[in-house]
Design a protein around this ligand. Structure first.
Ligand code: GRF
Length: 194
């Protein structure tokens, strides 16, 4: 059973590779009164990830890993997570696939946000594919991470209507807006079930 730390907050780490708007949003949500978690650490495989600026501003620890060797990179990350007493990991635009060994260290405790209504459109270019297939709806999903890509248990989803005029860019923008609402909700749901 997972125990929250001293003042009843769960320590989370967010993994990013780029813009980090979901990371920024989780930081914001964690500052709310009665928040059940605190963002302690950000891990990035990219030193120039824009999202790292949010960590600097919020004085959140950063760990940059070049990932040239998956095994040793994950070993370093796991050690760092342990050192910082991280209990939950939120992937938010993290473009590396975690190994089974890594996931086995955090079973049921790694979340990911994906810009489609899973199980539809796993992987990349989700908006482009949804529009091409003339879908009426797309959306976003927060799910637990297992060793198969975008396939773990779904925690929450939000539908977004696709209009005739939508482009992958406009749809991405609409979906991202919903992601920022969905991720904190899904995280709280997971935390309440621990
Ligand atoms: C989001 O669309 C998320 O669903 C996907 O990658 C994007 C990350 O955006 N996994 P951001 O870096 O959080 O702005």
């Amino acid at each position: 059973m997972i125990k929250s730390n001293g003042i009843n907050k769960i320590n989370i780490a967010v993994f990013i590779s780029g813009t980090g708007s979901n990371f920024k949003n989780l930081i914001k949500d964690s500052k709310k009164k009665n928040a059940k978690y605190r963002v302690c650490l950000v891990v990035s495989n990219h030193i120039k990830a824009k999202g790292l600026d949010y960590a600097s501003r919020a004085k959140i620890k950063k760990k940059i890993i070049d990932y040239s060797n998956l095994r040793s990179s994950e070993k370093i990350i796991l050690k760092y997570l342990k050192k910082n007493k991280i209990q939950i990991i939120c992937l938010a635009g993290f473009m590396k696939i975690l190994s089974k060994n890594f996931i086995d260290n955090f079973v049921g405790k790694i979340l990911n946000i994906h810009p489609s209504l899973l199980p539809k459109y796993k992987g990349l270019n989700t908006h482009q594919r949804a529009i091409k297939n003339k879908e009426k709806y797309s959306g976003c999903s927060v799910h637990l991470v297992n060793s198969k890509l975008d396939s773990g248990k779904i925690i929450l989803q939000k539908k977004v209507k696709i209009n005739k005029k939508d482009t992958p860019k406009s749809l991405a923008k609409k979906v991202l807006k919903q992601e920022h609402i969905l991720y904190p909700k899904a995280l709280v749901k997971v935390l309440s079930s621990l």
